[in-house]
Design a protein around this ligand. Structure first.
Ligand SMILES: Nc1ncnc2c1ncn2[C@@H]1O[C@H](COP(=O)(O)OP(=O)(O)O)[C@@H](O)[C@H]1O
Ligand SMILES: [Mg+2]
Length: 369
């Protein structure tokens, strides 16, 4: 098929290509009932003029945290006007002014003027409005670890959670959403005097949950019979072994694109394998880009070496080439293994360590090395 045929081929496999977008909110959202319930319990008092509770929402990437917040906000807004639901993506908004501006936007329908207005003015306007209307504020800070890279986080938590001291009657709560579980400790240490949250945990999805979710998503995005159970299972298995739910959703889309480019009416195993290959090569490319000069130099030497070269032989050649110490060679080799560009395999002969065989984990012909 020519390039033009690919571009002009108008029979699509996608009934809704947006179903695979990162910001798509699925109508069917299962397996998170208890977490949604916990959020509802934290917010509920605010619906009748009471004090809402703070929460930390914890879970690895792609466990449905952002989706859960969006869903619960939708429900709250459908049922009451008493709660102002503000969602902040902390990768986009990291300053106090940026965040109070988003709150302003939600309440007044527009951002405050960019320049000339100090934080305190906007803050005062927001809090007075909450006081006047008797509405509560639920502020969700998604990926809140990004806030702590600037020193603004602590202040912002005080601004929001202590507002009632200066503006009596004002009710506020923060939902802090966190993917980086190691970060939790830093977080606790920094805000624990004002922020006493309840924890809501999002555990990783099981294989069968992943398969269910992906099947649902395929139904939302593809025409019937485009994706067989067999290929769906392969995608789900790959997802569980090598990534998270996001990987699976991306794979669905890529499989669809590849099948479509081949003018196929369904996604085959061959399309799946192609999609995996391109996924892996994007990965390898990213890793290659991140290597230091010395790491790259060692990798080039491995690519040019005979098959089954041992760590000992390679070390001699490398120290000749780069004039580095044995320890530095070992560290560099470990790094390449750690990022999974190479494997090392004990052969069981010779000096321990030196007899390891070096095996490339990718095909250098596919890359510019
Ligand atoms: N229970 C679920 N049902 C359907 N889709 C889900 C579910 N959980 C997560 N997803 C999807 O997985 C992707 C990642 O979810 P997201 O809420 O962004 O995770 P997190 O915020 O925890 O990283 C999104 O495309 C989302 O639609
Ligand atoms: Mg998220």
């Amino acid at each position: 098929m020519g390039i033009e045929d690919i571009l002009m081929h108008d029979e699509s496999l996608f009934s809704n290509i947006n179903a695979f977008d990162p910001d798509y909110v699925p109508p069917n959202y299962n397996f998170r009932d208890s977490q949604m319930e916990a959020m509802a319990i934290a917010i509920r008092p605010a619906m009748s003029g009471g004090q809402p509770s703070n929460a930390v929402v914890l879970g690895s990437p792609a466990t449905g945290k952002t989706t859960a917040i969006k869903k619960i906000y939708e429900l709250v807004e459908k049922n009451t006007e008493k709660v102002v639901c503000v969602y902040i993506n902390c990768q986009l908004h990291t300053t106090r002014f940026g965040i109070i501006s988003q709150i302003h936007k939600k309440m007044f329908g527009h951002l405050p003027p960019e320049t000339g207005v100090p934080f305190a003015r906007v803050y005062d306007k927001v809090m007075k409005e909450l006081q006047r209307t008797g509405k509560s504020l639920i502020l969700s800070l998604d990926d809140v670890n990004y806030l702590f890279q600037s020193k603004n986080a602590n202040k912002l938590f005080y601004d929001v959670l202590r507002a009632y001291e200066e503006y009596p009657g004002v009710k506020t709560a923060i939902f802090a959403i966190l993917s980086d579980l190691e970060f939790k400790y830093v977080f606790d240490k920094n805000v624990d005097t004002v922020f006493i949250p309840q924890e809501i945990t999002f555990p990783p999805y099981s294989y069968s949950e992943i398969e269910d979710i992906l099947r649902d998503r395929a139904k939302a995005g593809f025409y019937p019979n485009v994706l067989s159970d067999e290929v769906l299972e392969e995608i789900a298995m790959y997802t569980v072994d090598n990534g998270d739910l996001r990987t699976g959703i991306n794979l669905l889309r890529n499989c669809g694109n590849i099948a479509e480019a081949n003018a196929s009416r369904e996604i085959t195993m061959e399309h799946f394998n192609q999609a995996i290959d391109s996924l892996v090569s994007v990965n390898v490319l990213q890793i290659l880009d991140s290597l230091t000069d010395i790491e790259r130099s060692l990798l080039e030497l491995i690519v040019d070496s005979k098959e089954n070269v041992t760590a000992g032989e390679l070390g001699e050649a490398f120290r000749e080439k780069e004039k580095v110490s044995y320890a530095s060679y070992n560290r560099t080799l470990d790094k390449l293994e750690f990022v999974r560009l190479i494997d090392t395999k004990y052969t069981g002969s010779g000096v321990k360590g030196n007899s390891r065989e070096i095996i490339l984990r990718f095909n250098p012909d596919d890359f510019d090395i």
